[in-house]
Design a protein around this ligand. Structure first.
Ligand SMILES: Cc1ncc(COP(=O)(O)O)c(C=O)c1O
Length: 422
């Protein structure tokens, strides 16, 4: 560990590490014989389509069953992406023209787009220092048209679900949990995606477990499952899903095609069985770093609504100003420990096409109502979000980091933080 007050590498001192330490991808780095066997099974059976083929296809269906069991929900639906999963969730809740959905100003495009593509109206709320939606900022954004809150568990960190669920109950709103960036995290012992009305997950390369692309929807509600399943399959409801709910309650309606292939299903089956191993490695590394930096005088860490349940995707600190945060990033790079700003999302209200309400057709219903015409986006609608994201910086974790790597991260932060803050 570097001695207190050691000369920073940026000032000509010796770096903490000789070679750069950078985080990589998670699930795909755990690919082995298990994924290979699943893929070969599909190839050899010549049955890549999930509903039928020369042999009875079972991979996507088995993945759904094991994923639902891991997430402690009655149902899981496999789809082609997290974005598709969000569209299914929005459809399941019958969100459409005239309906408003409250979502965090800092999240991925898909959250906003899914609401607009359904003809609904996204309403952005500020984040707090957890980088997730600030429950304090939800209530005054509720109007008579609000139908749902999108609780997005961002960068491995579960939202404050107790407060969000209480607000939803009070105002009779539905809750979509977007767990794309936190697959496998939990809140007070409950897996994310099992607490709201419906949960969605991404299985894209940057996520906890992956087949390159893929997504899933979870719910305990048979009617929501049926509507999501029908939406993902052109409006029809296939026998394996009918069997899962027991009794179908709905008729055909217009849906999309977001069916998962058996190849993806096979890889995801192997990956879901590795989920807890991946999470326990990354959490272990993050815990070590937290332990190494927690006592730094004056250090303010990212708020964790449930420190036991977060994934430990990154250890972030508040530097108070953007200038100090930027100095931290540069100084850490010189120590050969890559540090970063909060990432993986965009500040939606600042995007030019959001400000311009750029829909696919000029008469798109989202912005045709009085309220849709009146709503304004722009940087001045989310100043706290912008400020928080400017002030925080941290180090991203990787499940394959060693104990020594975690020690180096803590040592680099301990070395750089006091210099940057002085
Ligand atoms: C919060 C959030 N929601 C949804 C998605 C969409 O997932 P996908 O890329 O699988 O469509 C992402 C992707 O990064 C995300 O970060």
């Amino acid at each position: 560990m570097a001695a207190k007050g050691a000369k920073l590498a940026i000032d000509g001192g010796s770096p903490i590490r000789e070679k750069p330490l950078r985080p990589g991808f998670w699930g795909s780095e755990f690919y082995d014989e298990k994924e290979r066997v699943e893929l070969l099974d599909v190839l050899e059976a010549k049955s890549p389509f999930r509903w039928y083929g020369p042999k009875t296809p079972m991979k996507a269906l088995k993945f759904e069953q094991e994923f639902a069991a891991r997430m402690q929900t009655r149902f899981a639906l496999a789809v082609t992406s997290g974005t598709a999963a969000l569209q299914c969730a929005v459809a399941a809740l019958e969100i459409g023209p005239g309906d408003e959905v409250i979502l965090p100003a800092w999240t991925w495009h898909s959250c906003f787009n899914a609401v607009v593509l359904a003809g609904g109206l996204p309403v952005c709320a500020e984040i707090d220092t957890s980088f997730t939606i600030d429950p304090e900022d939800i209530e005054h954004r509720i109007t008579p048209h609000t139908k749902a809150i999108m609780a997005v568990h961002l960068q491995g960190n579960p939202c404050d679900m107790d407060r969000i669920l209480a607000i939803a109950r009070k105002h009779n709103l539905r809750v979509i949990e977007d767990c794309a960036q936190s697959v496998g995290a939990s809140y007070k012992g409950k897996p994310v995606g099992s607490m709201g009305d419906i949960g969605i997950y991404s299985l894209q390369l940057n996520k906890t477990i992956t087949a390159g692309e893929g997504g899933a929807v979870t719910t305990n509600n048979p009617e929501l499952f049926e509507r999501a399943s029908r939406f993902h399959d052109l409006g029809g409801f296939r026998a394996p899903h009918q069997n899962a709910v027991g009794k179908q309650q709905l008729d055909w309606f217009f849906g999309a095609n977001y069916r998962m292939s058996e190849f993806t299903g096979g890889v995801m089956l192997a990956q879901v069985r590795k989920l807890d191993r991946i999470i326990s490695s990354v959490r272990g590394n993050a815990k070590q770093v937290y332990a190494g930096v927690r006592d730094l005088p004056g250090a303010r860490l990212r708020h964790l609504p449930d420190p036991e349940g977060e994934l430990g995707s990154g250890v972030f600190l508040d530097f108070g100003t953007k200038e100090r945060r930027e100095r931290f990033l540069t100084a850490m790079k010189a120590e050969n420990v890559a540090a970063s700003r909060p990432g993986g999302s965009v500040i939606l209200p600042t995007l030019p096409h959001v400000i311009a309400k750029k829909t696919i057709h000029p008469n798109w219903p989202s912005f045709q109502t009085e309220r849709g015409k009146a709503i304004r986006y722009g940087a001045d609608t989310c100043p706290r979000t912008i400020d928080i994201l400017d002030r925080f910086g941290g180090v991203l974790m990787d499940p394959r980091f060693t104990r020594r790597d975690a020690e180096d991260i803590a040592a680099a932060i301990r070395k750089v933080y006091p210099a940057v803050m002085s």
